[in-house]
Ligand binder design. Structure first.
Ligand code: GLU
Length: 395
């Protein structure tokens, strides 16, 4: 029997990253030894200096509603961080703290998009971007890229995708799921195109900024004439191993920040007050304090790339950041392995789950159906074991 759910929820796809995480939990509960490489979640504990700040906040009786857009001390700290790391000048009234970067992005979409507006998504893109556009009754337009080009789009492609309905573009560097980082020159070349279309807003999702190995990411809003049209989104989940604390934030022109606060005031209010107090300590901490995690991710990246290259049929590039690899596995399409026919990335990911006990995410939800996403935010021994199992299953 179908239930009388709204068209809105019926048209919304399930988050494929979270669905795979749920499936992993379910299979583990049944006693299966699943190696979870599906979720983008650091396997480290939140550093002690941040935990101590949270405990102190509890003891100081931070228990009341916070301002909807976040404590002023946190917003001031975020401004310091934006200047220090990104050379961006924001004032506290341009900052909105949210329940994760996901909510920041959803707020922006809700306050800027009208039905029929088009959102450009350079693919691959994070699974929730398309869903958030749908929820705002906008449509999304994918701009494809290829592994041979390190999953980067060109200015010509960008220009060709723009129509009179284009209202926004989502940039994400370092990228989830490809790990790609756009250089300053590459971003400036894309900005040159956008200069011609002043009505287009840019959402720059920089949640993985600290997880970079060989080149430092560049903030889109740092391009002089882009600042007034760019919303810079960030959060604490990835770099500080604080996924469950749910702290995201944005810096934007004041009128956009104000609208996001209005939206949030009707949906969730200010985010968790304890997590916000701890976030003040986290964002002000010198980046060196979290460097050990980044170093570890780099080692794991090198390990997993080396191992994946040994498997016939996996096409791999070298991602410069985030903690994902996004191999092209289309060579397996049409093949039958262990009696199972692989027709797409979904079949391949399911095959790995059932035959290798390794959880990954199919590229379809990321707008790139020839690939699968493998998160290496897992221990090196788990990564080695996972690839060993994958090799064996494919033999
Ligand atoms: N952003 C992470 C991921 O892509 C966490 C899950 C989610 O919110 O999508 O795996």
């Amino acid at each position: 029997m179908s239930h009388p759910l709204s068209d809105r929820i019926n048209s919304l796809p399930v988050s494929q990253t979270l669905a795979m995480a749920a499936k992993t939990r379910e299979l583990r509960a049944e006693g299966k030894d699943i190696i979870g490489l599906s979720l983008g979640e650091p396997d480290f504990n939140t550093p002690d200096f941040i935990k101590d700040a949270a405990i102190e906040a509890i003891n100081q009786n931070y228990n009341s509603y916070s301002p909807v857009d976040g404590y002023v001390e946190l917003k001031e700290a975020i401004c310091v961080k934006f200047k220090r790391d990104n050379d961006l000048d924001y004032k506290p009234n341009q900052i909105v703290v949210s329940t994760g970067a996901k909510q920041s992005i959803a707020n922006v979409a809700q306050v800027l998009l009208n039905p029929g507006d088009e959102v450009l998504l350079p693919a691959p893109y994070w699974v929730s971007y398309s869903a958030i556009a749908i929820l705002s009754e906008a449509t999304y337009v994918e701009i494809p890229s290829a592994i041979e080009n390190d999953f980067k789009i060109t200015p010509e492609q960008l220009e060709a995708a723009i129509t009179p309905k284009t209202k926004m573009i989502f940039f994400n560097s370092p990228n989830n799921p490809s790990g790609t980082i756009y250089s300053e020159a590459e971003y400036r070349a894309l900005a040159k195109v956008l200069e011609k279309y002043p009505r287009i807003f840019i959402l720059s999702d920089e949640i993985y900024e600290h997880i970079n190995y060989d080149c430092k990411p560049f903030s889109f809003a740092a391009i002089e004439n882009m600042y007034d049209r760019t919303i810079t989104v960030n959060g604490l989940a990835k770099a500080f191993a604080m996924t469950g604390w749910r702290i995201g934030y944005l810096g934007a022109p004041e009128w956009i920040a104000k609208a996001c606060t209005k939206m949030q005031g009707q949906v969730t209010s200010g985010t968790n007050c304890i997590a916000q107090r701890a976030a003040i300590t986290a964002v002000l901490a010198p980046v060196e304090k979290i460097q050990f995690m980044v170093n570890e991710f780099k080692t794991r990246r090198d390990v997993i790339i080396g191992l994946l290259r040994e498997i016939d049929g996996f096409k791999v590039n070298v991602p410069e950041g985030a903690f994902y690899v996004f191999p092209d596995i289309s060579a397996f399409f049409g093949q039958t392995i262990n009696g199972i026919t692989i027709n797409n990335a979904g079949d391949f990911s399911l095959f790995l789950l059932e035959n290798a006990n390794v959880a990954t995410v199919a590229g379809d939800g990321f707008g790139t159906p020839n690939c699968i996403r493998i998160s290496y935010a897992a221990s090196e021994s788990q990564i080695r074991e996972a690839i060993k199992r994958i090799k064996k299953a494919l033999r």
